[in-house]
Design a protein around this ligand. Structure first.
Ligand code: ATP
Length: 525
């Protein structure tokens, strides 16, 4: 592999961008960007949340129109007026927010975007073969709605590769992958590079950037602030270039007296049949989270974490008495709002659509989730909304979480991915909930903001709340958790105190080593 850029003998750039600019209202999201991508290189695009990375690549993919600037493809000036034009040129893109129809199968989704009239069976066969050959196994006949975020992303990657692009743009591809899945993806990307393809790679995970990228361009506040060879940098020097100063380390003092603290979230013998042939049954899960404690749930994507979150949050009700208790109250039969009224807060994995309504303003999204729990503060006696109070609360959260945005109260879809995540987590933290359940708390969040969110979750627990964090990021779980339990095939291991846990032990459990719970057969409903 080495530090060289393969294909250097052919010095021509595949893509060159000069002075590319995009303005949203009063915000210059991309400000006279210059960028060169050589043939056969993996080029990292780095920058903190809201730096302009997604905006830039959307212009390269034709889904946003530049305000000014030029793009050259193989030395020729081009106007990329639509994704169709980009695909014809040979530019493929794997988005941060997926664009898949949940009611269709993986193969049907791929067929829609290929739009070349091939029969589904032949597309499915090609997708299966390609996915296996690149080490990203995919069942093309599975329904997207039943797949985990990691599996959905695999569809996006395979769909992109089926179009045999010369430049592949990946926007935070590993944020939803397990370490093993990420390793597979890296092998795939290095192989594509060696085949002469170019890759533009956006990631907040600086270790992986150092590992696979040949060059990096760093953005800050919409401007290019530097280029570097990531292999010659450290993760902290890269973070400093992006953020402009040092990133604070997360501090977690050991929790004291947890054994005597009251249990605020209790799950007892929770089982659930799979709703469809593709979803994972939950098998006799028991777990207690006490006041003051952070428990982390590790696991390979698609082992029941999504189903577990649904059962705890009330997206799916559990009718058996005592299967979910919040602050001592039987909550299994309650709706999400009913559980919120008991003092619980939930942050789902998908932030657009699930975590927020994309075309509603941040203040409207705040009202949507908190009108019942914060009725007194947000709703007047005649049922009228206290718009000023809602707006002020939204601004408080924006300030507390340092949400960067282009307008005072923008629609959720106008925020960068990481900034939206900061808002969603902040919206729940702001309630000071007694029980906080978060699925992937820092997905797509930059190093500085991730440290802020993790620290806030630890502090919430230390103030007396019970915090449950589901994450595929083992580094994150080791940083924040007092104990870690592992989900595998719908079962949950006993939580392991962090002092006894190691990557190896947790990794073995993730791979299906004895979980301490008997597996039982559950028929498909
Ligand atoms: N459609 C839009 N309308 C208005 N503002 C937007 C829109 N899309 C992005 N922005 C703003 O442009 C800025 C850059 O956003 P962008 O999504 O490019 O950031 P990013 O570097 O990709 O961040 P992240 O790492 O969080 O994904 C942000 O301040 C964002 O709020």
């Amino acid at each position: 592999m080495g530090g060289t850029v393969s294909g250097q003998e052919d010095a021509a750039n595949l893509l060159e961008v000069r002075g590319l600019t995009k303005i949203f209202g009063s915000l210059t999201a991309c400000d006279h960007i210059n960028l060169e991508i050589a043939k056969g290189e993996i080029h990292a695009l780095l920058g903190e949340n809201g730096a302009g990375k997604s905006t830039l690549v959307k212009m390269l993919f034709g889904s946003l129109e530049p305000y000014s600037g030029e793009i050259f493809w193989n030395g020729e000036p081009v106007r990329i007026t639509s994704p169709g034009v980009a695909k014809k040129l040979g530019i493929g893109m794997v988005f941060q927010h997926f664009s898949l129809f949940e009611a269709l199968t993986a193969a049907e989704n791929i067929a829609l975007s290929l739009d070349d009239g091939s029969p589904i069976s032949s597309i499915a066969a090609k997708a299966r073969a390609l996915s296996y050959s690149y080490g990203l196994p995919l069942d093309p006949n599975s329904l997207v709605g039943d797949l985990s975020v990691g599996e959905r992303q695999r569809i996006e990657i395979i769909r992109c590769l089926l179009q045999t692009p010369q430049l592949i743009i990946l926007d935070e591809p590993t944020s939803v992958l397990t370490p093993q899945e990420a390793d597979k993806l890296f092998e795939t990307l290095l192989r594509l590079r060696d085949e002469g393809k170019s890759i533009l790679y956006i990631s907040h995970r600086l270790e992986e950037v150092k590992r696979i990228c040949d060059r990096a361009t760093v953005l800050r506040h919409g401007k290019v602030v530097g280029h570097c060879n990531p292999r010659e940098e450290t993760a902290s020097s890269l973070a400093r270039m992006m953020v402009g100063n040092e990133v604070q380390a997360v501090v977690r003092e050991p929790a004291k007296g947890i054994e005597q603290a009251p249990v605020l979230l209790e799950v007892r013998n929770l089982s659930r049949k799979p709703a469809t042939p593709f979803s994972i049954p939950l098998r006799d899960i028991s777990l207690s989270v006490r006041a003051g404690e952070v428990i982390g749930i590790a696991g390979v994507a698609g082992n029941g974490q999504g189903e577990f979150f649904e059962s705890i949050s009330g997206e799916v009700r559990q009718h058996e008495r005592g299967s979910v208790r919040i602050r001592g109250k039987d909550a299994g039969d309650l709706s999400i709002t009913g559980r919120r009224l008991l003092g619980a807060a939930f942050v789902p994995e998908e932030r657009l659509g699930h975590g927020t309504a994309s075309n509603m303003k941040l203040s409207e999204n705040l009202l949507l989730t908190r009108h019942a729990t914060d009725g007194k503060a947000f709703v007047g006696s005649g049922g009228s909304v206290k718009a000023g109070a809602v707006y002020a609360a939204a601004q408080r959260i924006i300030k507390e979480m340092d949400v960067r945005k282009s307008a005072p109260d923008p629609e959720a879809s106008a925020l960068s991915g990481g900034n939206l995540q900061k808002f969603i987590v902040g919206r729940e933290l702001d309630r000071n909930p007694a029980v906080m359940v978060v699925n992937q708390p820092t997905w797509g969040v930059d190093a500085g903001a991730a440290a802020h969110i993790r620290q806030a979750l630890i502090e919430l627990a230390r103030r007396g709340s019970a915090v449950l964090i589901i994450s595929q990021d083992l580094d994150e779980l080791f940083e924040v958790s007092d104990s870690i339990a592992v989900m595998h095939n719908g079962t949950l291991s006993q939580p392991m105190p962090i002092a006894e846990a190691s990557f190896e032990k947790i990794g073995l459990l993730m791979g299906g080593a004895e979980t301490g719970h008997q597996e039982q057969t559950l028929e498909t409903a």
